[in-house]
Design a binder for this molecule. Structure first.
Ligand SMILES: Nc1ncnc2c1ncn2[C@@H]1O[C@H](COP(=O)(O)OP(=O)(O)OP(=O)(O)O)[C@@H](O)[C@H]1O
Ligand SMILES: [Mg+2]
Length: 362
């Protein structure tokens, strides 16, 4: 290692076994204030990455023992270092290698023999991108903890407020008169709404941080159990719930239950005005994933605004029509993201809505 260079300078790991290439690359990179470490084979590269992860890896395609593709595949899919950008070093007119490199997750390539300004430009770009991504991730984490703290600190005073108005209503109802009691009712409704919102926000934050515990989950049983729980809260409703074969998936049971609760709460809420509500859960599958859909015959929504649905606090219906905080679908998406899965929705005004989510097969 060159100790004359500062620790703050970006560090590059060069994995190459050709002395002339090493020499050219190292000279130009050091002249431009990068710290450079060198590995002439895969096993050394992994050791150096473990010791201290570099900011970028320059990777030769052809090497004895283990070629650059295999090294790239392992770093990108089997290690904790998949976010380190990799630039492949290939020989000219090697379109196949370039294609394969990109497929394996490499960020870029440079053709040998190097054009030094091109090499530098690409290295600079990818290090800058990596730093920007890292600062976005940190900012998101900070925002999440901020959201958690605000929600958490609001919860206790809100609960007191709700309790205090309850006592007021109980102990002073004869002195309040009809108007006074109506005001108290309104205050209680609003504080319940705020408590629901705060609880939802806390759930949303928890879904990003909570450690996962993956096990097989029978979705069909889970959907039935959650539906039965929810429908007992609304015994007067007339709802037909059909399940047409749902799979067993690998997921975190706490998170997946919350996912199903949010999906069915929406389906029940937005079919509330139907004399006969229909909710149906089905699955289609391909080789790699299940696509599960939950369809309802409720009020539906205007597809023009569908891109907003999964963002926090975005609602397409007013509070008077349907109560809610606009957090449920954001929780759904966050849970699915933690499972490397995805949700989307389709709907039409007065024609019902369908929530889809894709879930990888184990
Ligand atoms: N099944 C559905 N049918 C029609 N509109 C829906 C359906 N599901 C969601 N939406 C629309 O998407 C919006 C966002 O849904 P989301 O579940 O995030 O929030 P919410 O139900 O309003 O409140 P909560 O935070 O209590 O879940 C809803 O306000 C509604 O406009
Ligand atoms: Mg909801």
């Amino acid at each position: 290692m060159d100790y004359t260079q500062s620790k703050n300078q970006p560090e590059i790991l060069l994995v190459d076994d050709t002395p002339e290439h090493i020499e050219t690359a190292v000279t130009v990179l050091r002249e431009n204030n990068f710290r450079v470490r060198i590995a002439t084979k895969g096993s050394t590269a992994f050791k150096l990455i473990e010791q201290h992860p570099p900011d970028l890896i320059l990777l030769d395609v052809y090497m004895p023992e283990m070629d650059g593709f295999e090294i790239c595949r392992i770093i990108k899919t089997e290690s904790d270092y998949s976010s380190i950008p990799i630039i492949f070093l290939t020989s000219s007119n090697d379109a196949e290698s370039i294609k394969k490199g990109f497929e394996l997750g490499a960020q870029d390539y440079v053709v040998k023999p190097f054009n030094t300004s091109e090499l530098l430009a690409r290295v600079h770009t990818h290090i800058k991108l990596k730093k920007q991504t890292e600062s976005l991730i940190t900012a998101n984490h900070e925002l999440d903890s901020f959201c958690y703290t605000v929600a958490h600190d609001l919860k206790a005073p809100l609960l007191s407020l709700s309790k205090l108005t309850e006592y007021l209503a109980l102990d002073y109802s004869d002195r309040l008169g009809i108007d006074g009691r109506e005001l108290i009712d309104n205050i209680q409704d609003k504080s319940k709404e705020m408590i629901r919102l705060v609880n939802h926000l806390l759930e949303l934050s928890r879904m990003s941080e909570m450690p996962m515990n993956i096990e097989p989950i029978n979705l069909e049983l889970l959907f039935r159990e959650v539906f039965n729980d929810l429908i007992t809260l609304e015994p007067a409703r007339n709802v037909e719930f059909n399940i047409e074969s749902l799979p067993i998936i690998q997921g975190d049971p706490v998170m997946i239950k919350l996912l199903v609760i949010n999906i069915l709460t929406n389906a029940l809420k937005y079919t509330r005005n139907q004399k006969q509500a229909h909710i149906e859960a089905t699955t289609i599958e391909n080789e790699t994933e299940f696509i599960i859909s939950v369809n309802d015959n409720g009020v539906g929504f205007d597809m023009r605004y569908s891109s907003r649905l999964f963002s926090v606090f975005q609602r397409l219906h007013s509070q008077n029509e349907f109560e809610g905080s606009g957090v449920g679908l954001a929780i759904i998406q966050r849970i699915l993201k933690r499972h490397h899965a995805l949700a989307w929705m389709t709907g039409e005004v007065d024609e019902g809505a369908t929530l889809f989510f894709s879930f990888g097969k184990a």
